[in-house]
Design a protein. Structure first.
Length: 150
């Protein structure tokens, strides 16, 4: 049995609005803006979803930032782009993504994330895949990407 549309939307919203998301989302404001704009598109496609309306109301009451972003009336469909993540062991990851809509169900999509070959993100992902990412690597990458001190 497939989850109701609102159940599929909630995890993405909670990830963006959760204060601990700062640790995972390197650019939380951009993620919050794009997620809110995607929710607006989704709400337009499901105008009679009472649970979705309830969720939007709840977010509007709880979060001033969401309320402002919702009032902007931006609409976005995730098809491709770049996302920045912060990983506790390897630091910042820059990943490109593509969305593939499933032919038998336009409401579901498969997302593919890749790093540019030979980029710092590619090397970091390889370390994670091998299970050999040392704890100090995140600090080393953070220092190497910060501007030099005067």
């Amino acid at each position: 049995m497939r989850p109701a549309p609102t159940q599929r939307v909630r995890p993405g919203l909670l990830r963006v609005l959760d204060p601990t998301a700062h640790d995972v989302l390197a650019d939380r404001e951009t993620a919050a803006r794009s997620t809110t704009a995607a929710l607006r598109l989704y709400a337009g496609r499901h105008p009679h979803d009472a649970r979705l309306a309830e969720l939007i109301g709840e977010l509007s009451v709880r979060d001033e930032g969401f309320r402002q972003r919702w009032a902007d009336r931006d609409v976005l469909e995730y098809t491709h782009g770049t996302k920045l993540y912060g990983h506790p062991l390897v630091g910042e990851l820059t990943l490109e993504y593509e969305s593939l809509t499933l032919p038998d169900d336009a409401g579901q999509a498969l997302y593919l994330y890749t790093a540019q070959p030979d980029s710092p993100s590619d090397h970091a992902l390889r370390l994670l895949a091998e299970g050999s990412a040392p704890a100090h690597l995140a600090e080393d990458r953070a220092h190497s990407s910060s501007p030099p001190s005067p």
